[in-house]
Ligand binder design. Structure first.
Ligand code: PHE
Length: 450
């Protein structure tokens, strides 16, 4: 990280832009491209997008501001922050849940990022001739392939944190993130020429009423909003804890939320016209992008190989900076708690993450017979993280900043001050977000509605 040590010997960002870059690096990742298209495709398209955007505005932005405020004020990790602000109170459960959620997400995130890394490798050596779909299915149902690429990605993430060269990644993000955005835009425009454009755009932007009455669409949109913005598990509390006091938070949060959302929508415009052009099932699940995009690159002819190479490179780096932020949550907690060095902690946590990821990496192939609640291990890990752990963590954070902490201190520490916007923010945290989250939970388990 681009950090100095402060007088308490805690690392600190050197500049405001270092922090914003790192937070954008955390937010932009597989969630924007893989997760967004997977969830939008499975939840019937436009209705999902509409609810997603409402969730981003009413819940995502306010909770991001809550996490930033907690972190910068407490200058501590996800658990320590709650203990510092409200010693002896049960709010700290939110912090422990965050550490737990980090492990949970890291059981599948590097597996999928491993697939991205593998595709990068394929394009580096010439790309696909025909039928990327069969290749993908063959690959993910194997044993050694998924395990090796999973290992490579975990090793890469751990090595970067171990050698403390996050600084390099964040600096390169300054160039790579805008490049990724530009690249998605070019591919989106190309995808619109493929014949499935009308159908793809209708799917994304024209909501049908029956999907709007389906509670699982609401839950999927809520979960995706949390996941994509890296909220609900203390990743942004941890990052903001390395921030000096003099940085302004509301503008920073707005630019991060805006960029992340824009990127997801553009990536949808890149993926769905192609999905319909190639007759792929939009509800194809986890593999959707991996089966769709190679077809687009094949269609492009020879330049497609270069496009494929650059695309998976950029997506891989985006996934890497998100994985680093996920790793940082348990690492910074364990370092303080057990008084271990950063390096020892990183090795132990990295090893643990690799081990819990192994059954998930094999869950589409040799371990596909293991199902819990009718879901394979990977689907289960994704479902629990997106739809349960993150929204629940977010609920606690929202209530904590709304009710568990002195209001004038919150307003001052958030940089909103005694303003109208600040008051609206507090009430979003106190009532609106918790209400919506609970409502969506209850209706999706069938307690409310049909
Ligand atoms: N937001 C990241 C992505 O879109 C994933 C993530 C979730 C990172 C939660 C940190 C915490 O890929």
């Amino acid at each position: 990280m681009n950090m100095d040590l402060n007088k308490n010997n805690r690392e600190q960002w050197k500049s405001r832009s270092g922090f914003i870059l790192a937070a954008i690096g955390s937010a932009v990742g597989l969630g924007n491209i893989w997760g967004f298209s997977y969830n939008l495709g499975q939840s019937g398209g436009a209705a999902f997008l509409l609810i997603y955007i409402i969730c981003i505005i009413l819940i995502g932005y306010p909770i991001m501001m809550a996490e930033f405020t907690i972190g910068r004020y407490s200058q501590s990790d996800a658990v320590g922050s709650f203990q510092k602000i409200a010693p002896g109170k049960p709010w700290v459960i939110g912090g422990f849940m965050g550490v737990f959620a980090a492990f949970f997400i890291m059981s599948f995130y590097p597996v999928i990022a491993g697939w991205v890394t593998r595709y990068f490798g394929v394009y580096l050596t010439g790309g696909f001739e025909t039928s990327a779909e069969n290749d993908f299915i063959g690959f993910i149902s194997g044993t050694t392939g998924p395990l090796i690429w999973h290992f490579i990605f975990v090793a890469l993430t751990t090595a970067i944190v171990f050698f403390g060269v996050q600084k390099g990644i964040e600096k390169s993000n300054k160039v790579l993130m805008p490049l990724l955005a530009l690249f998605l835009l070019v591919l989106a425009i190309y995808s619109l020429t493929l014949g499935g454009a009308t159908e793809g755009l209708r799917f994304m932007f024209s909501p049908t009423w029956d999907s709007l009455t389906n509670p699982s669409v609401y839950l999927a949109a809520l979960g995706q909003a949390f996941f994509s913005l890296s909220l609900g598990m203390g990743a942004l509390i941890t990052y903001a804890s390395y921030l000096k006091k003099e940085n302004k938070l509301p503008g920073a949060a707005a630019s991060i939320v805006g960029f992340d959302t824009l990127l997801a929508i553009v990536s949808g415009i890149m993926i769905f016209p192609a999905v319909f052009s190639f007759n792929i099932d939009p509800a194809g699940g986890t593999g959707l992008v991996f089966m769709t995009l190679p077809n687009v690159f094949i269609e492009m002819g020879r330049v497609g190989v270069i496009f494929g190479f650059l695309f998976f490179l950029l997506l891989g780096v985006a996934a890497l900076s998100s994985a680093i932020s996920l790793l940082e949550v348990p690492v910074s907690y364990i370092m303080r708690r057990l008084n271990w060095s950063r390096r020892l902690t990183v090795i132990v946590v990295g090893l643990a993450i690799y081990i819990i990821g192994v059954p998930v990496a094999l869950s589409i192939g040799p371990l596909s017979h293991i199902t819990i609640f009718n879901l394979g291990l990977m689907d289960l890990a994704e479902y629990v993280s997106f739809n349960l752990l993150l929204p629940l963590g977010g609920l606690i954070i929202s209530l904590f900043v709304g009710w568990g902490w002195n209001k004038s201190a919150v307003l001052r520490e958030s940089d909103f001050g005694q303003s109208v916007v600040g008051t609206i923010w507090i009430w979003l945290l106190r009532v609106v977000s918790p209400f919506i989250i609970v409502l969506i939970f209850l209706s999706s388990i069938g307690i409310i509605g049909s």
